[in-house]
Design a protein. Sequence first.
Length: 77
Amino acid sequence: MKVWIDQDLCTGDGLCEEIAPAVFTLLDDGLAYVKEGDKIFNSPGGAEGLANIPDGMLEAVVESAEECPGECIFIEE
Ligand code: SF4
């Protein structure tokens, strides 16, 4: 499973990073991005910045997507 964020809709509240810090990170621009280890998908972000969800993290990623106030976390097969 993979995950991406639509930064155009991100409010920058950081909920996703609180729930799943291994997958989401806030950058200096105040927006959240997905990551794989040290690799942050911010160039490009959006739908072109798809990160693999690590084993065992799917539940936290789903919770992040459900809680996300911007409704901008998208999970794909
Ligand atoms: S929870 Fe959603 S709106 Fe909040 S920082 Fe993460 S992606 Fe952005």
